[in-house]
Write a protein that binds this ligand. Sequence first.
Ligand code: GCU
Length: 427
Amino acid sequence: MSGKATFFIFLCIISFVLAQPEGINYDEAKVPVFELPDPLVMLDGPKVQDSQTWIDKRRPEILSLFEEFVYGKAPEKKIKITFEIVESDPLTLNGLATRKQVRVYLIGKKEGPFMDVLIYLPNKVEKPAPLFVGLNFYGNQTVIDDPAVLITKSWVRNSDQYGITDHQATQATRGVSARRWPIKTILESGYGLATIYYGDIDPDDEGKFDNGIHPYFYQEGQTQPAPDEWGAIAAWAWGLSRAMDYFEKDEDIAHEQVIVLGHSRLGKTALWAGAVDERFAIVISNNSGCGGAALSRRAFGETVKRINTSFPHWFCDNFNQYNDNENACPVDQHMLIALMAPRPVYVASAEEDLWADPRGEFLSTKYASPVYELFGLQGMPAQEMPDVSQPAFGTIGYHVRPGKHDVTDYDWDQYIKFANKHLSHTK
Ligand code: GCU
């Protein structure tokens, strides 16, 4: 290697080290010794021996621990949503798909808040069609360059990359994230795709709960969620459930074959949505990391303290108790994966995405497996972390692919294969 190349590599290493926030560990040897709570041991001591006890006792117990201490409780009040098909085309994408844009009124009233659900359904398969659903980061118009797609009017995060400067999405953002949404491949594989802009449900603006869905559920005089009430992730997950309410009413959608997925913070959200709402048939987490699939107790890459500091609105306030104190938390993220049982769940990591702790994501799938075994199912078939590009498919699936924090065609190929394996639809 030339002296120049060596110097360049040296500079890269130095700048990587300097760019790391203080106190962040990327050294496997420095992962603290920890003991995980056993998903099968109940709070009052006995060990769960059968799936019925899991369903009746232990699952509700774990779910309410996550509600109380991690994501916060969403309102119990049952909402009877109303909706309106605001646009549709039975022959779009050269006849490959039917497009629908459905406005879902989140509190059942036209004067109230709404989210727009963009749906593409495959024309080549008999309806009702199975469907992937996921939230997106900058508006439905970003997932495909299709002039008919409505541009969100909700608050969006500013972005130099997309030229967003005043929190409003522009025409120029059409199709900017299309690379992450291989719509044609999805349709040709016999699946539909539905997506919703997460900011239609709750804008991702730090620490504020005076906009979005939260205020509609405040008690009189309340101005922010109580310490055990829903943060932003729980609100976004709640929105996914409202989309499911709509899917149940759409005869073209096989609502018992809906796969919820998400990337990064929206991967955390997909997992939480799958945990609280068992109507989702399959749950997929793409690079969800801390507060998603990664074990918090490893404190590798992003930590509980760091995420609560940078994004104080994502979790409930009670989660702050576990900053630098992960061992005190009555749950860890393998128990979140276990809440999907017996439904299939898939966790995907990226090799260079150390911030999200790929190994910690894998270990969650492994330690959730005993719960699947109660149902006579194999959870994660791999005992050791699989090599890069060697997916492991049980009722729990996992892969780590080369590259960075992102959603790639490779990821989608695995999701489609995994769904094909587990859903009994004819295509
Ligand atoms: C930050 C954050 C992660 C999150 C990611 C994202 O990197 O620290 O926890 O997953 O943003 O959602 O893009």
